[in-house]
Design a binder for this molecule. Structure first.
Ligand code: FES
Length: 80
């Protein structure tokens, strides 16, 4: 049986929702300094947007291997 257009649309919407869903709070963003999504949420709670400078000052985030900042485009919009 062929999937109906409606079924395909529903599946596509579910996939979009899944892709946009926020990261789990325990997810480590900066492995060098053990900075988790929860740490970032708490530190940047006032503006509810990722403040790299504040995270660097608070945790040293990005001053180790730097991978967390190279990957910022992948996680920045999934924190809040
Ligand atoms: S993962 Fe953030 S500095 Fe290495």
């Amino acid at each position: 049986m062929e999937p109906k257009d409606e079924d395909m649309r529903e599946a596509q919407e579910a996939l979009c929702e899944w892709e946009k869903s926020p990261l789990a709070e325990e997810t480590l963003i900066c492995e060098c300094y053990c900075v988790s999504v929860l740490d970032i949420k708490q530190t940047c709670s006032e503006t509810r947007s990722v403040d790299v400078e504040l995270l660097r000052q608070t945790f040293g985030m990005g001053t180790g291997c730097g991978q967390c900042l190279r990957d910022i485009a992948d996680w920045k919009n999934l924190v809040f």
